[in-house]
Design a protein around this ligand. Structure first.
Ligand SMILES: *Cc1c(COP(=O)(O)O)cnc(C)c1O
Length: 230
C-alpha cells in the first residue's frame, strides 16, 4: 500500500469510529508522525492533504523542517526534550506536546524568536506513575499549566498522554477515560485548553471513544520504523 492508501484507510477508520461513538470527524485532528522517515514520505503525505506532522528527535526533525520549507506544514514536537535542544525546538516548531518540566517551559519561552507566534503547548502527563514513562505527575501538573499560561511566548493548548500499552479495547478505553476526566476537570481552571492529544496506531478506536481530539498516527500511515527507533 502507498502512503496515500494508508492515509485514506486511517481517515476511513476515524470516520467509522466517530460514527460509532457519536462524534464528529472534524473534531478529531490527524497528526502524522513522521519520525525516522525521510522528507520524501512527508511530501507524499502532504500531497494527500496532511498538513500536521509530528517529530520526536530534534536534530533529525530540524533537517526535515528545512527540506520541507516550501510546504505549509504545522510542525509538532512530540519526543523527549533535553535542555540543550530547546533552542532548536523553539526556533522550528509550531507546537510542543512533550513538555514535562518547568525548566523546559522556561527555556522554550525565553528562546522563542520574537518574530514568531507563541508556541502551542501541550503538557505531557504521566497518569499511571510508571517509572520509565515520560510525563509530569498529576501532583505537579497544575504548576506547569499555570507557568505556561503566564508565559508570553507560549500558548497553553492542552494535554498529551501516552498510556501504557494494553491489548484490549476495554483496557485502553479505561485509561483514556481517566485522562479525559482529568482534562475536563482542569478545563474549569484553564478554559483555554482545547486539545486532548491521545491515541496512536494501535489504540485509535479507544481514544476516539473516550473523547480524544488529536490522534498521533505513525505506523498506520508510514509503516514500521527501524528497530532502534520505536
Ligand atoms: C511514535 C509516536 C507516535 C506514533 O506511534 P504509532 O504507534 O507509530 O502510531 C505517537 N505519539 C508519540 C509521542 C510518538 O512518539
Amino acid at each position: 500500500m502507498t502512503i496515500a492508501d494508508q492515509i485514506q484507510q486511517v481517515r476511513v477508520n476515524i470516520a467509522e469510529f466517530c460514527d460509532q461513538f457519536d462524534r464528529k470527524p472534524q473534531d478529531v485532528k490527524l497528526l502524522a508522525v513522521s519520525k525516522t522517515h525521510p522528507s520524501q514520505f512527508i511530501r507524499e503525505a502532504y500531497a494527500s492533504g496532511i498538513t500536521q506532522f509530528g517529530e520526536s528527535y530534534a536534530q533529525e526533525a530540524v533537517e526535515k523542517v528545512a527540506q520541507c520549507q516550501d510546504l505549509a506544514i504545522t510542525w509538532h514536537f512530540i519526543g523527549p526534550i533535553q535542555s540543550n535542544k530547546t533552542k532548536l525546538i523553539a526556533e522550528n516548531f509550531d507546537w510542543v506536546q512533550s513538555v514535562e518540566r518547568l525548566k523546559i517551559l522556561e527555556r522554550l519561552n525565553a528562546q522563542r524568536p520574537k518574530n514568531l507566534a507563541p508556541i502551542n503547548i501541550c503538557i505531557q502527563v504521566n497518569m499511571f506513575n510508571e517509572a520509565q514513562k515520560q510525563g509530569v505527575t498529576l501532583e505537579l501538573l497544575p504548576e506547569l499549566l499555570k507557568k505556561c499560561e503566564q508565559s508570553n511566548n507560549l500558548r497553553l493548548r492542552g494535554l498529551m498522554v501516552i498510556p501504557p500499552k494494553q491489548a484490549s479495547f476495554t483496557e485502553q478505553k479505561q485509561q483514556f477515560d481517566k485522562i479525559c476526566g482529568i482534562f475536563d476537570q482542569l478545563k474549569q481552571e484553564f478554559p483555554q485548553m482545547d486539545t486532548l492529544s491521545m491515541g496512536m496506531s494501535n489504540d485509535l478506536q479507544a481514544a476516539i471513544a473516550s473523547g480524544s481530539n488529536m490522534v498521533r498516527i505513525g505506523t498506520a500511515i508510514f509503516g514500521q520504523r527501524g528497530k532502534n527507533h520505536q
